[in-house]
Design a binder for this molecule. Structure first.
Ligand SMILES: [Zn+2]
Length: 218
């Protein structure tokens, strides 16, 4: 799939877009780059939900399909939101939050939140994500390249992913890969997949994103 990007060539201190491709430096944080691109396109002043204006430091990034049931960090899944709206929306999807916001009593809202969480647990128990199916492609584990920073490996994060997989037989989120199948997000998922000797993992392949292997290439 392609992520949404500004149409013109752009070079900022955070990212480079050339001929429709977003380039990252090898060691760059994917999340930082995507946030910078998203703020560039969607602004960093107005909350997407309440439409009010805020100073830049009061704006956060909301995942419309939340992280906890698979929502990826890509511009079409992100909107700038004030801390209050982001907090109220919490782990609901955009559509769930609209329905929730239309409710008037605290009792109704509490019941709705419980039903959302029950629904999520149901999805997990059958190994489903709550994102469009068209975003996901199964990719062979052996074909994925990792950007590894051994100094930063966290045993705790690895264990969390492993426990999640053992409980649900599914990962919390698909792995996110660039067009050459370099991992952008999901390092620990890949680690767990390898340790469980899985052949395939669910992935979101970004056909218009590329990690630059050396500074001379672009
Ligand atoms: Zn707001």
């Amino acid at each position: 799939m392609n992520i949404s990007l500004p149409a013109k060539n752009l070079r900022t201190k955070n990212f480079l877009i050339k001929d429709g491709i977003l380039y990252l430096r090898y060691g760059q944080s994917f999340e930082d780059v995507i946030y910078a691109v998203t703020y560039y396109m969607k602004g960093r002043r107005r909350c997407y939900y309440c439409k009010k204006q805020f100073s830049r430091d009061k704006i956060t990034m909301d995942h419309m399909y939340p992280r906890d049931t698979g929502g990826p960090t890509i511009p079409q899944n992100l909107v700038p939101a004030c801390k209050s709206c982001n907090g109220k929306k919490s782990n609901m999807t955009y559509n769930q939050f609209l329905a929730f916001s239309a409710l008037t009593t605290a009792e109704e809202k509490r019941a709705y939140r419980l039903s959302v969480n029950a629904f999520k647990e149901g999805l997990r128990s059958i190994g489903m994500f709550e994102i469009p199916n068209t975003w996901i492609t199964p990719i062979k584990v052996s074909e994925i390249h990792t950007r590894i920073d051994f100094a930063n490996i966290s045993e705790k994060k690895y264990r969390q992913q492993k426990e999640y997989y053992e409980k649900y037989h599914q990962f919390q989120r698909p792995i996110v890969l660039d067009r050459n199948l370099y991992s952008l997000d999901g390092f620990y998922v890949l680690f767990v997949a390898k340790s469980c000797e899985l052949k395939y993992v669910p992935a979101i392949v970004l056909d218009n994103v590329e990690i630059r292997r050396s500074s001379s290439e672009v």
